[in-house]
Design a protein around this ligand. Structure first.
Ligand SMILES: [Zn+2]
Length: 144
């Protein structure tokens, strides 16, 4: 191509893509037949377009079925993980409930045997056990 740009050069791509009006398209077509610079530019555009088309054809389509299957596996993993988490929380709650039952049993025995702990140390131990049970994150007030 010459250093001097042809005034039609900016219209070539739009002409090749069929984006020009009928009258402008006719003008460009007639010009390209007589202008070697624009004819060469059109040949370049066509070569690039053909190259892009063949490259696009070489790319395999997205494996949608494989992606769907993978997504389903991920969804199942998440669901199973939730189920495992609930099971762990239920176990924690069961342990906490068992500790509570024991603590309440100790309190009941103390109540029936005089209403007081036998020593300050016993009372502190009892209070600490009750506090641990009540502050346990697994203890949601629900029996497993
Ligand atoms: Zn030209």
């Amino acid at each position: 191509m010459d250093d001097m740009k042809c005034s039609f050069e900016l219209s070539l791509k739009a002409w090749l893509d069929g984006e020009l009006s009928a009258s402008r398209s006719g003008e460009v077509a007639r010009h390209v037949e007589s202008c070697s610079s624009c004819a060469a530019a059109c040949a370049d555009y066509r070569a690039v377009s053909a190259c892009l088309r063949s490259a696009a054809a070489a790319v395999p389509p997205l494996p949608l079925e494989a992606l769907r299957a993978r997504w389903e596996l991920v969804r199942r993993d998440v669901r199973d993980e939730r189920i495992r988490t609930v099971r762990v929380l239920r176990r924690v709650a069961a342990v906490a409930a068992a500790v509570l039952v024991v603590a309440l049993g100790v309190i009941a025995v103390e109540e029936t045997s005089g209403g007081r702990a036998t020593s300050d140390q016993d009372a502190l131990g009892r209070d600490a056990a009750i506090e641990i049970v009540l502050s346990s994150p697994g203890w949601g007030g629900e029996w497993p």
